[in-house]
Write a protein that binds this ligand. Structure first.
Ligand code: NAD
Ligand code: DAU
Length: 357
């Protein structure tokens, strides 16, 4: 089948990564896309303004926990691929209130698997063979690394937060639906994404916005925790590669080969801002950095060994952390009209996930 003729359902397409995936699918691949999203605080259709007017794009406001609507919309749309990104995604919120994470990430994934199985079981021949259910997961299912080593696809699962435990549960369900029912699934486990349209609760956008507002920039604990950063458009390209060419039943690790400690991330943001948008009082943004109490159960280090996706599917990241971070800071400087309403309406930058009580 020609790529442009493909019909792809994206769940969570109004979120940070989902919207990047839809922009890629519509603008680079040219296929048909149905975006299924509940529009929680993290869902934002302003991230898809240009795509909304494209005749190949459709949006339906739907909760993946609503089995009936999900089953009928899938049968109606008749997708070739389902890319499942809808989730509660913020670790700190999972500490404050795990319930939504269990509902959406576990029960919602179960519903989607059942709705997909019901649709897929009635397909014939090539359509049945070529169908893919792609679960977009995280490297956090593997737990926390020390100073050495990297997660491979064979690393033992060891999730340590309610968020990562809910994503690990979803991964297990997806694999079980493949082994037991033969549903052609692929999985991917990716490291920390960053880039435009990132909700301002996450480290990088939060730090940029706090800096610009002249507020303290809160670094958890020592600031020595390490994340492996991947520019979101590189992830979107990896996801389509996996969904369209990945082998059924396989999982693929995706990472940016860009390990940076949190304090270094924040210092680099300050350096870019000092250059592009200097403080009016002549002081440097570094003066706003404040060390605060640590996140409970804070994973020390994540690092991805992305050998498999490179050798099997020929994917490598195109952006370095330096180029990607500069683009990101520039985007937030130019797009206050995108992020300011989120601060007014959904989140004012207060500390989340402080206590495990
Ligand atoms: P996000 O929080 O920005 O977006 C999540 C989207 O899902 C939102 O649009 C929200 O409205 C929607 N949603 C939530 N609950 C829903 C429900 N019950 N029904 C339908 N829609 C619902 O998340 P993100 O950062 O874009 O992450 C997307 C996926 O990628 C998640 O599954 C996440 O676990 C995974 N992931 C994220 C990262 C990262 O660094 N952000 C890294 C690896 C994997
Ligand atoms: O590794 C992939 C995961 O990356 C995804 O599965 C998650 O959906 C995504 O949210 C992200 O999780 P993290 O917990 O790593 O991202 P976050 O931006 O919340 O935090 C990044 C690091 O920065 C982490 O070590 C905690 C720290 N931090 C975060 C915030 C919000 C701070 O020091 N200060 C902060 O204010």
């Amino acid at each position: 089948m020609k790529e442009e003729a493909r019909k792809i359902i994206v769940t969570g397409g109004a979120g940070f990564i989902g919207s990047a995936v839809i922009r890629y699918l519509i603008n680079e691949i040219g296929c048909f896309v149905l975006n299924l999203d509940k529009l929680t605080y993290a869902g934002n259709l302003n991230s898809l303004k240009n795509e909304t007017i494209n005749p190949k794009y459709t949006f339906k406001k739907i909760d993946i926990c609503d089995t009936q609507s999900l089953t009928s919309i899938i049968c109606e749309y008749r997708p070739n691929i389902i890319m499942h990104l809808a989730a509660e995604s913020h670790v700190d919120r999972s500490i404050d209130g795990p319930s939504e994470f269990i509902q959406t990430n576990i029960i919602g994934t179960y519903n989607l698997l059942e709705a997909s199985r019901s649709y897929w079981s009635k397909l014939y021949d090539k359509h049945k063979e070529e169908f893919r259910f792609h679960h977009i997961s995280t490297d956090e299912v593997f737990g926390s690394l020390g100073m050495q080593g990297a997660f491979t696809e064979n690393t033992r699962y060891d999730p340590r937060s309610p968020y990562s435990a809910s994503k690990a549960s979803a991964d297990h369900l997806v694999r079980a639906w493949h082994e037991t029912f033969g549903l052609p699934v692929v999985l991917s486990n990716c490291s920390n994404n960053y880039g435009p349209y990132h909700f301002p609760e996450k480290l990088i956008p939060l730090m940029i916005i706090k800096a610009l507002k002249g507020e303290p920039m809160p670094v958890y604990g020592s600031g020595n925790n390490v994340r492996d950063w991947l520019y979101v458009d590189d992830h979107a390209r990896a996801l389509y590669t996996i969904a369209s060419r990945g082998r059924a039943g396989e999982s693929y690790n995706v990472g940016g080969n860009s390990e940076v400690s949190n304090i270094q991330v924040v210092e680099r943001i300050c350096a870019i801002l000092n250059e592009l948008s200097p403080r009016k009082d002549g002081k440097r943004y570094e003066e706003q950095i404040t060390f605060v109490s640590d996140r409970p159960g804070h994973d020390f280090r994540y690092a991805i060994d992305a050998t498999k996706i490179k050798s099997e599917l020929d994917w490598v990241p195109l952006e370095t952390f330096e180029t990607g971070l500069r683009k990101t800071v520039e985007w937030y400087l130019d797009n206050q009209k995108w992020w300011q309403p989120l601060l007014n309406k959904h989140y004012q930058g207060q500390r989340l996930g402080k206590s495990a009580d």
